[in-house]
Design a protein around this ligand. Structure first.
Ligand SMILES: Nc1ncnc2c1ncn2[C@@H]1O[C@H](COP(=O)(O)OP(=O)(O)OP(=O)(O)O)[C@@H](O)[C@H]1O
Length: 240
């Protein structure tokens, strides 16, 4: 579904990705893991076209999207759950979800589709049902992550990209969130998961990539990367 081919990208002429190639097949979960500063967020932001690309190409469903603008990428169905959630704190849960629906809002039959998307996310995260009128900024970290994922799902994505959803959350909540990702895959969604918590992310993934200092150092089926102690020692350190 999505292919990064030999991407060189970065900030103010410095290089954060140095020839990165990644492939995300439809209906699968692909995890990208690595230590701080490896370039994981830069991959997500490159696909969203928020980062300057110096060389290489990005293809989505057969089209070259390297020259597209961020809003056009969202329009195609590539939607990001950003690092740190980035909810609109003074707005309620429902208002945040409605903003996520923006991509589909002007389309035919939008009222029915809004209700359908809303029912879907409330079924995934029943806890939000009682909290739909609560201000997002007053929720716990785990609840906020659920709202952030739900907001992205309201857009009806084809490819959902999550940048470090486990950040600052208790292990039990992380497990719940990863279970939801597995359910989304079962429902047919394609997922790119970028994580520092390598073990969990590789266990969940159909396929994984290990990054260090702007390059892919290893790739393979999630479990085979997770169970390779040499890779852990070389690239993942204690965070695994
Ligand atoms: N906005 C920016 N301006 C300049 N340099 C940046 C910017 N964002 C990231 N970088 C640099 O790009 C490199 C890769 O950073 P990136 O955030 O992609 O890593 P990461 O693997 O996601 O790390 P973390 O897990 O800490 O978020 C780092 O050297 C970082 O300092």
């Amino acid at each position: 579904m999505l292919q990064l081919d030999q991407i060189v990208a970065g900030y103010n002429k410095s290089v954060a990705l140095d020839g990165v190639s990644i492939s995300i097949p439809e209906g699968r979960i692909v995890s990208v893991v690595g230590a701080n500063g490896a370039g994981k967020s830069t991959i997500v932001n490159t696909i969203s076209r928020l980062v300057t690309t110096y060389a290489g190409s990005i293809r989505f469903e057969g089209q070259d999207i390297t020259g597209r603008k961020p809003a056009q990428v969202v329009e195609l169905g590539i939607v990001q759950v950003p690092e740190g959630r980035r909810l609109f704190a003074p707005l309620t849960v429902e208002e945040n979800l409605r903003l996520g629906f923006h991509r589909l809002a002007g389309k035919a039959d939008s009222q029915r589709r809004y209700q359908e998307r809303l029912d879907y996310v409330l079924e995934l995260f029943p806890i939000m049902r009682q909290r739909i009128h609560q201000r997002a900024g007053t929720m716990s970290g785990g609840e906020q992550q659920m709202v952030a994922i739900s907001r992205a799902l309201m857009a009806g994505p084809k490819l959902l990209m999550l940048d470090e959803p486990s950040l600052g959350l208790a292990p039990m909540i992380v497990d719940q969130i990863f279970e939801i990702l597995a359910k989304l895959r079962k429902d047919g969604l394609t997922i790119l998961l970028v994580e520092q918590h390598a073990d969990d992310a590789l266990q969940l993934a159909d396929y994984g990539y290990i990054m260090a200092v702007g390059r892919v150092r290893a790739e393979g089926p999630g479990n085979s990367l997770r169970d390779n102690p040499a890779l852990h020692q070389s690239y993942l350190g204690k965070v695994a």
